[in-house]
Design a protein around this ligand. Structure first.
Ligand SMILES: [Zn+2]
Ligand SMILES: [Zn+2]
Length: 506
């Protein structure tokens, strides 16, 4: 190894290829103990920093004087080192690394195209207690679809293993005791860090994982809903790991079985559905796709449903009307709900004794001149706007005409079915939520009770062709307001947006 050391000073410049460098050279040039990254394969920026702070007895103020990063004492250092590129660059420079290691970049770990900031909402440091004792933290353990350490076989956690308090990740510590919990226990062990050597299986797994993620990322797109909440439940459900890893890094259900209190992200109540190309597909309907563009408007109001999707929306209204408890709808309302399917109320139908409601009558799809109009006021915007997101992801920058010309029938059909499913489900949930205001009995029915969910989607391609649409529906919290009030609030937000855009145009 001496042949790599030409003289007493080695200047590592950004132009030097990382692969040409010996890892030993870094150790020799870094002014800090614990900089050798060969002991901690795929370590995160935060893991590297925490280890260096511990071994070099650094004080919080030395983050600025020695490492060149300014942070407030109340800042979560793990979030800073994950989401602030400027701080990552500063630390890499202070450690004399030729560039920011790829493993510090959260999006390198994503099996779909998305910026690192995706996980900033709801961020908490998540770790393997065995790895961290050795001074190793990897972003693999932050991924919502990973629940166990692949080489230590322990469930990942985000709290103190001894007392359950949140981890002390603030930029505020006593030198030599960083990350130490208020209970006196520390998830880092200085002696173990000094002796630590990551298991060979850790290196192998992280290498294989990163390669798999890079391959997936090249042909998978994530569609994030408007007004997105915590992404973790959706991502934990959407991402499918290779079968051989599922057992190892654990499905959520398995880690829940092991320790019910330790489930890091609640994925209860998340529904997922995958659509794949059909063998037979109808002739692409370009006008239908153009019609869906209406969902992009500030306040879409009524959507002219593409012909292909109209029966799906009618079926939603019919299905609900037929399952409603007695005395829910008036005679006239019932016939409006059933009109789309061209059927009449059954003999047993028992009409409501209240008077006809204008609002209820506008809930089912309206047919005028052979065209169907769908009332989007009762659909949550995150559902109908996702339709636009699906179209964008499928078009990949092409315009609708080019897509229509270039896509296969199967691709076009898959996109339309995906849009239809999202719209139909969003409509079904919104319909129940709005109707429950007039028919409070719905709250008592487990299958009809109002519930709003937010869709997230993954679009997969094979050989450049759209090959799958996977949608996860995550429960939306509406606190004590009730679902209908939430829909109303979203409509008011749309109206404000519409008005402010109108003013700007003037
Ligand atoms: Zn571990
Ligand atoms: Zn503790």
């Amino acid at each position: 190894m001496s042949k790599f050391i030409a003289g007493p000073y080695i200047e590592l410049r950004g132009t030097v290829q990382r692969s040409q460098l010996s890892p030993f050279a870094e150790v020799l040039t870094s002014p800090f103990a614990g900089s050798d990254r060969t002991d901690t394969p795929a370590a995160s920026g935060f893991g590297t920093l925490a280890r260096i702070i511990r071994l070099n007895h650094l004080a919080p103020r030395e983050l600025s004087s020695l490492l060149g990063i300014r942070v407030r004492r109340a800042d979560d250092l793990s979030a800073v080192m994950t989401f602030s590129e400027a701080r990552q660059i500063a630390v890499a420079r202070a450690l004399h690394l030729p560039e920011v290691p790829a493993e510090w970049n959260l999006s390198t770990w994503f099996p779909f195209k998305a910026p690192s900031s995706l996980l900033a909402t709801g961020w908490t440091l998540r770790y393997c207690s065995e790895c961290l004792l050795d001074g190793n933290h990897t972003l693999l353990h932050q991924l919502p679809w990973v629940h166990r350490c692949a080489w230590h076989d322990v469930a990942l956690r985000d709290d103190c293993a001894h007392c359950g308090l949140p981890l002390a990740v603030k930029a505020d510590w006593v030198p030599g005791e960083n990350l130490q919990c208020a209970c006196g226990q520390s998830p880092l062990d200085t002696d173990r860090i000094l002796r630590a050597q990551a298991p060979e299986s850790a290196r192998r797994f992280t290498d294989e994982y990163l390669q798999w993620a890079a391959e997936k990322r090249a042909h998978t797109a994530l569609v994030v809903p408007e007004l997105a909440g915590d992404p973790r439940p959706a991502l934990a459900t959407l991402v499918e790991l290779p079968r051989s890893w599922r057992q190892r890094v654990g499905s959520a259900a398995e880690s829940r079985a092991n320790d019910p209190r330790r489930l890091p992200t609640p994925i209860r109540g998340v529904h997922v559905r995958t659509l794949e190309p059909a063998e037979w597909a109808p002739v692409p309907d370009r006008d239908g796709l153009i019609g869906l563009e209406e969902v992009r408007r500030d306040r879409p109001g009524f959507l002219t449903t593409p012909k292909r999707l109209a029966p799906m929306m009618s079926a939603v209204a019919v299905d609900l009307a037929m399952r409603l408890p007695d005395k829910s709808l008036t005679d006239r309302e019932m016939s409006l709900f059933l009109a789309g399917a061209g059927i009449e109320a059954p003999q047993s139908f028992d009409p409501a004794s209240r008077s006809f409601s204008g609002e209820v009558s506008l809930l089912p799809p309206t047919c005028v001149g052979g065209r169907q109009f769908l009332n989007l006021l009762c659909v949550h915007p995150s559902a109908y706007r996702l339709v636009a997101g699906l179209v964008d992801a499928a078009l990949e920058g092409r315009n609708l005409f080019d897509f229509h010309a270039q896509a296969t029938r199967q691709e076009f059909d898959l996109l339309m079915r995906g849009c239809g499913q999202v719209l139909a489900r969003g409509y079904a949930e919104g319909l129940r939520s709005t109707l429950a205001v007039h028919v409070p009995e719905l709250y008592a029915q487990p299958r009809l009770a109002p519930r709003l969910r937010q869709p997230w989607a993954l679009l997969g391609r094979t050989n450049g062709r759209l090959a799958s649409i996977r949608v996860a529906w995550v429960p939306l919290s509406c606190a004590s307001r009730g679902e209908a009030a939430l829909l109303e609030a979203e409509d008011h937000a749309n109206q404000r947006r519409q008005r402010s855009r109108g003013r700007r145009k003037k």
